[in-house]
Write a protein that binds this ligand. Structure first.
Ligand SMILES: O=C[C@H](O)COP(=O)(O)O
Length: 248
């Protein structure tokens, strides 16, 4: 699975251009890979209309309430109308800069699944937690709490392991280190949701993924794909990553 998280980049006009370029390159995309892009809310509609059908869309966040006085927030029913398939939840930028909590992510996961979306739950340790040897404790806690109210169906869930220190920095863990953490996350999914869900759930790696390094991550046995920020903004780079995955 290859997911582009565009963060606060791309206008409607820029999204249309990306989608048109991908449309011209659709023959290069393997049918064996699930593709998605997660544009800003304002560009979700044009992305859905112009992207090739093989590329699904995702939102970058969602409020857990059905509606209400929540200035600046967006609900599941609003995203439904936009044809969204996935919702990224608990991204470290939301945890760090917008005070998202483990319990809040758990409530959003439940609300997103109830609405029929597949949540992409992000977990990851920061630099000091890593240096203190707390990586598995942190991602284990984040995963366990996020899934407390989740469906026991691995097809309805994606988890993304994104070490905070690797996001947008050009630094990455070794593929073996990423594999070890993701294997640990899969064990936590098994504890919370059962073995069947753990074997079905897709667990992605994210953090400074590029066309030149994606193959070494997705060729690891427990890594089912990548959640990509910066390198997903350029359509040629998106296609190059898809092609590297095919040969991995
Ligand atoms: O959601 C995506 C991640 O934050 C990774 O971002 P990056 O590929 O720019 O490091």
């Amino acid at each position: 699975m290859l997911v582009g998280n565009w963060k606060m980049f791309k206008t409607i006009h820029e999204t249309r251009h990306f989608a048109e370029v991908l449309g011209r390159n659709v023959g290069k995309l393997s049918a064996d890979i699930d593709f998605a892009v997660c544009p800003p809310y304002t560009a979700l509609q044009v992305a859905k209309v112009v992207l090739p059908a093989q590329i699904l869309t995702g939102a970058q966040n969602m409020h857990q309430a059905e509606d209400g006085a929540y200035t600046g927030e967006i609900s599941a029913s609003m995203l439904k109308e936009l044809g969204v398939t996935y919702v990224v939840l608990g991204h470290s930028e939301r945890r760090q800069m917008f005070a998202e909590t483990d319990g809040g992510v758990r409530d959003k996961v439940e609300a997103a699944q109830t609405a029929g979306f597949v949540p992409i739950v992000c977990v990851g340790e920061n630099d000091s937690e890593r240096e203190a040897g707390q990586t598995m404790a942190v991602v284990g806690r984040q995963t366990r709490i996020a899934l407390e109210k989740a469906a026991k169906d691995g097809d309805k869930l994606v988890v993304a392991y994104e070490p905070v220190w690797a996001i947008g920095t050009g630094k990455t863990p070794s593929p073996a280190d990423a594999q070890a953490v993701i294997q640990g996350i899969r064990k936590v999914v098994a504890e919370v949701l059962g073995e069947d869900a753990a074997s079905q759930v897709r667990i992605l790696y994210g953090g400074s993924v590029k066309p030149g390094n994606i193959a070494q991550f997705v060729s690891q046995p427990d890594i089912d794909g990548a959640l990509v920020g910066g390198a997903s903004l350029d359509p040629e780079s998106f296609v190059a990553m898809a092609q590297s995955m095919t040969t991995a």
